[in-house]
Design a protein around this ligand. Structure first.
Ligand SMILES: Cc1cc2nc3c(=O)[nH]c(=O)nc-3n(C[C@H](O)[C@H](O)[C@H](O)COP(=O)(O)OP(=O)(O)OC[C@H]3O[C@@H](n4cnc5c(N)ncnc54)[C@H](O)[C@@H]3O)c2cc1C
Length: 300
């Protein structure tokens, strides 16, 4: 979300740009997994707007069918999946998916990137990095650069289990106080999803931290049993998978919208700047794009 928002703003200001993402598709932690007739949002479940800028973005997306309300209380989801808003922001922008950037270097006042296959990309006038903070710090280190405070940002991990069940629970969204589960979402109840009954189960941060290195089968077994106990019904499931998010939700953030060094024409943004939310990633990406445009002296 941070990178796509920055890219959209820069493109709208007429800046030529390229986006690189190591994922097979775009979306980052706004992630959707598909196999056969199955589809799960296994990262972020929903978004909310606290500020007017993101509220306006959501309103525009709703008008165009990119998002829809779900589960009440100001919650919104992407349609037909959680990657839809990010895909929309990137329409018309060149994106190199499946491209892991492993090194950066500054040469004759321009930026050059190296990817995991050894290919070089550049020259670029300015560089915006919108990875999670630890991965940003690692990439900056390849050029011997430290941007202030980024290493202060910390994340909680999250084990996510996707499970196909034989019937729908009474509630579409449950956030139990007791036990290992932080959230259970009836993924199949979100608008525009394929038929069937599918639950996404997210473990609490502390539980995920303790069990981070355990095998997937053990995680599936524990969390499906806990889900059945929460729902008060035996859970007959036909399919279940687990995904481990090492950097799921920000615990310590910077408290400023982005980091930008005009001398280097280098900046970084992401949820780690403003908080553990999609909206925070959006606002951070937008702030970084504005910093770059101001530095380049581009018309607003
Ligand atoms: C399990 C889970 C549940 C969540 N639930 C919610 C929720 O309900 N509501 C909410 O608002 N937020 C939720 N969040 C948090 C939310 O998903 C994030 O705050 C937000 O998506 C972060 O966006 P971002 O752009 O900062 O980072 P990311 O989405 O992590 O994007 C970073 C991008 O950088 C790319 N990248 C990383 N390294 C490289 C590299 N070397 N080369 C190229 N590309 C690279 C990645 O592929 C990715 O696309 C949840 C997160 C998780 C994991």
């Amino acid at each position: 979300m941070a990178g796509a928002t920055a890219a959209r703003r820069l493109a709208e200001a007429g800046q030529p740009l390229r986006v690189f993402d190591k994922g097979r598709g775009v979306g980052g932690r706004m992630a959707t997994r598909r196999s056969d007739a199955m589809q799960f949002d296994h990262g972020a479940q929903f978004m909310r707007a606290h500020g007017t800028v993101y509220a306006a973005r959501l309103a525009d997306w709703e008008r165009r069918g990119i998002v829809a309300p779900w589960a009440g209380a100001g919650r919104w989801v992407g349609v037909p999946d959680m990657t839809a808003p990010v895909r929309d922001l990137l329409v018309g922008i060149p994106v190199a998916s499946g491209t892991t950037i492993t090194g950066i270097r500054r040469d004759s006042a321009s930026w050059h990137l190296t990817d995991g296959a050894g290919a070089d990309h550049g020259p670029f006038t300015a560089l915006a990095i919108t990875f999670p903070a630890p991965q940003t710090v690692a990439l900056l280190a390849t050029a011997g650069i430290i941007l202030p405070d980024i290493e202060r940002a910390t994340y909680a991990p999250c084990w996510s289990v996707m499970v196909a069940v034989d019937r729908a629970p009474a509630e579409v969204l449950t956030e139990p106080h007791e036990g290992p589960i932080g959230l259970m979402a009836l993924d199949s109840s979100k608008p525009g999803r394929p038929p069937g009954f599918r639950l996404t189960v997210h473990a609490k941060p502390d539980w995920s931290r303790i069990h981070l290195e355990e095998p997937r089968e053990a995680i599936v077994s524990t969390l499906t049993q806990a889900a059945a106990a929460c729902l008060g019904t035996p859970l007959r499931f036909s399919d279940a998978e687990a995904h481990r998010w090492r950097f799921a939700q920000v615990e310590t953030m910077l408290g400023k919208p982005c980091q930008y060094d005009p001398g280097l024409r280098l900046g970084a943004a992401g949820d780690w700047c403003l908080g553990p939310r999609i909206e925070a990633a959006h606002d951070s990406g937008l702030a970084l794009a504005e910093a770059i445009l101001a530095d380049l002296g581009a018309p607003a």
